[in-house]
Design a protein around this ligand. Structure first.
Ligand code: NJP
Length: 256
């Protein structure tokens, strides 16, 4: 297990689900966490809870679809903690779920703004600061939808494919300058997003039972593992914990 004492980890979409679990897990491993999301009260409450449990945390209101907000998030991490070692591009949305002919063009575009431009903004503003300080890691939360097609998810499949593409390009451009960029495909995780998917009833994923999903804590452990040496073999790709092999590598299960 990698220990993150003295390291700063910024996480978008940290107000609930995978992002909240990742913030709590990195704090447990000694890291200073910067929680970002639009729900300012929610992230402040989580940051206070981390502090009350002996961790170090800062909350920063942020809409990842806005470049200025993500630039301010990176500045907050540097100003409040003095460094930025890991940036987790986790914020993402799947609503509204609809087949192409039923989709609303404006809402479709908003998913692009959050899922694609949000990740681009994270890379755009974190990488220069990491280069200045000698290196760092960006983890982009991807999905199996990046490489597979599901009814009603044209926005989600297309945007997660774009996230994988951003992971590949960023790795190609900056690996030799000490920047590690890696994606995580978590499989299905028991968060609000799966509640929304289930309510849609539109494709096989919506038929899954809650017991089919992994916990947000498993996803958090995989993120922390990728942030450490475990990620080295997977730079520029999506690492999956849908398989027993991936889960065993992270230590979520005992054998592959
Ligand atoms: O989702 P959910 P998950 N700016 O709905 C935030 C991927 N994934 O934890 O702004 C900033 O519980 C929102 O905060 P708020 C998925 O695609 C999941 O499941 O306050 N933040 C909240 O904290 C996504 O990339 C599954 O509303 C914004 C968070 O995002 C990541 O995992 C499977 C924002 C969403 O929390 C986390 O998803 C898979 C904005 N504009 C990939 N908009 C799965 N759950 O099964 C939203 O393969 N947020």
């Amino acid at each position: 297990m990698t220990v993150f004492s003295g390291k700063t980890i910024a996480i978008t979409g940290a107000s609930r689900g995978i992002g909240e679990a990742a913030a709590r897990y990195f704090a447990k491993l000694g890291g200073t966490v910067v929680l970002a999301a639009r729900s300012a009260n929610q992230i402040e409450t989580i940051a206070q809870d981390i502090l009350a449990n002996g961790g170090t945390a800062v909350a920063c209101g942020c809409d990842v679809s806005l470049a200025v907000d993500v630039e301010a998030l990176v500045a907050t991490a540097l100003n409040e903690t003095g460094r930025l070692d890991v940036f987790v591009n986790n914020a993402g949305i799947i609503e509204p779920i609809a087949r192409l002919a039923d989709s609303d063009p404006t809402a479709w575009g908003q998913v692009v703004d959050v899922n694609v431009k949000g990740v681009y903004h994270g890379l755009r503003f974190a990488i220069p600061e990491m280069i200045n300080s000698g290196g760092g890691t960006v983890i982009n939360i991807s999905s199996g939808a990046a490489t597979s097609a599901l009814e009603g998810w044209s926005h989600y499949c297309a945007t997660k494919a774009a996230v994988l593409s951003l992971t590949r390009v960023a790795d190609k451009e900056y690996r030799d300058r000490g920047i590690r960029v890696v994606g995580l495909s978590p499989g299905t995780v028991a968060t609000d997003m799966q509640v929304q998917i289930r309510a849609s009833g539109i494709n096989p994923v919506s038929k899954l039972d809650v017991s089919d999903h992994i916990s947000p804590e498993w996803a958090a452990r995989a993120i922390a593992w990728l942030a450490g040496p475990g990620g080295d073999a997977h730079l520029g790709t999506d690492f999956s914990i849908k398989t027993d092999e991936g889960r065993a590598a992270v230590g979520l299960i005992e054998t592959a």
